[in-house]
Design a protein around this ligand. Structure first.
Ligand code: AMP
Length: 416
């Protein structure tokens, strides 16, 4: 969408810092970056907001200061952000600094309207609020974070970067569910996709790794974290992604089931007498790897497999089977694939997952070199041999940097 009309030019040439806020229902993660060299000045996290045992962990990354941690009740997002502001002030990086150019907020659901990062106005906030019914867990927390930050620095440009934005280029054939059109439209039921900031960043970095422009390559991105999603990116534009109306659809995740027959939900209601909220909790919090074997951490699952644990083995096999189905499907959607990129906690670290996901797909041009796959690094890298038709890459994601860059691009004075 076009940028709203509220002033975005409040920043001066020496305002080169961006604070990135990722507000969850009971947590706030933050990073302060200097956009001149994209360096991090401070990172931190407030968790268990609203409980007696809230915890703030703040790590300054300048001037040799030590990581600080404190525990004690933090009542709400306003108190959390105030505590973060105090920590930053302590390091001489306060929110009142003229060097702060903007605050960039991760906003999970932008619906169809927000296709780009957007300077936040009351009108934008009202629209994000209107989307709460399709993102009841996420958007209220994002809104709380934004309102608090605006109260602290009302004069400062604040930008919303939407998880859904990158996926708004999906064609209708991919975005629509095959259900009654009137019902779908009345309730805004369609496939929106999530993790878009990561898919955008990783697909671009993958093109760069191949020495190409994003417009020249087709990439399958596999974002495998605790939440997991795949996307098919054709010439820099997303044409298909695995999450849908909510983040529940698609791959097997840490605690989410991913794809199931929707009739499972009616069955659970009719036969097991479960309520909608109980089924929601079951499928989002107690399913996936956790539901299958009692662990959602891939490290623990691999350890158990090495000890001969059958349940862990089966959970791993189901996870890989689903992943492979999506690789095959997205290969067909794209027609030609130049690269497959693994990212996020599992994708960046779990070599056995990468190996198993492409095993047996040599006919599709997919091969992983065992030695390259075993390398541990924080840098983007290829793990396929030179002769392979399709590049297989590990590309660490950096959603905070992407949010900071998109935010800064909207508010930076000319020439900075
Ligand atoms: P994320 O949501 O991207 O932070 O990813 C978190 C998940 O990454 C954890 O739940 C683990 O399953 C996985 N993970 C993190 N580190 C490793 C590792 N060294 N090996 C395997 N899996 C890992």
């Amino acid at each position: 969408m076009t940028t709203p009309t509220e002033s975005t030019t409040a920043v001066t040439a020496n305002a080169t810092r961006v604070l990135v806020l990722n507000s969850g229902s009971s947590s706030v993660k933050y990073q302060l970056l200097d956009m001149r060299d994209r360096s991090r000045l401070a990172v931190g996290l407030v968790e268990r907001i609203g409980e007696e045992t809230s915890r703030l962990v703040h790590t300054p990354l300048t001037g040799g200061a030590e990581k600080r941690e404190r525990t004690g009740p933090i009542a709400d997002h306003a108190a959390a952000l105030k505590a973060v502001a105090d920590e930053l002030t302590h390091d001489g990086l306060g929110l009142d600094s003229p060097e702060l150019a903007a605050i960039g907020h991760r906003v999970v659901h932008g619906g169809l309207r927000f296709t780009e990062p957007t300077v936040i106005t009351e009108e934008v906030l009202a629209e994000v609020e209107r989307l709460v019914p399709v993102a009841p867990l996420h958007n209220p927390a994002n809104i709380a974070g934004i309102r608090t930050a605006r109260a602290l620095r009302p004069d400062l440009p604040q930008v919303a970067v939407f998880d859904t934005a990158f996926h708004t280029t999906m064609p209708e054939s991919a975005a629509r569910y095959a259900i009654d059109v009137e019902t779908a439209d009345a309730h805004r039921i369609r496939r929106y996709g999530f993790h878009g900031t990561s898919h955008a960043y990783v697909s671009r970095r993958t093109a760069a790794l191949l020495g190409k422009e994003p417009s020249e390559v087709n990439v399958i991105v596999l974002h495998l974290g605790n939440g997991a999603s795949a996307s098919a990116v054709a010439g820099g534009r997303c044409v298909e992604t695995s999450m849908g109306l909510t983040p529940l659809e698609g791959l097997v995740m840490g605690t989410r089931s991913g794809d199931i027959d929707p009739a499972v939900t009616f069955h659970l209601k009719r036969v097991a007498g479960m309520s909608a909220d109980e089924i929601d909790e079951l499928l989002n919090k107690k399913s996936g790897l956790m539901g299958l074997c009692g662990d959602n951490d891939m490290r623990e699952i691999r350890r158990r497999i090495d000890e001969g644990d059958e349940r862990a083995r089966l959970a791993f096999d189901i996870y890989i089977h689903r992943l492979k189905k999506y690789i095959g499907a997205y290969y067909a959607v794209l027609g030609r694939v130049d690269a497959i990129a693994f990212t996020a906690g599992v994708g960046e670290n779990a070599a056995p997952v990468r190996e198993a996901a492409v095993a047996g797909l040599e006919e599709l041009g997919l091969v992983v070199d065992a030695d390259l796959n075993a390398v541990r690094s924080a840098e983007p890298r290829l793990i396929s041999p030179n002769y392979a038709r399709v590049a297989v890459a590990v590309v660490p994601t950096d959603e905070e940097l992407e949010i900071a860059q998109q935010t800064f691009a909207l508010v930076a004075p000319e020439g900075v």
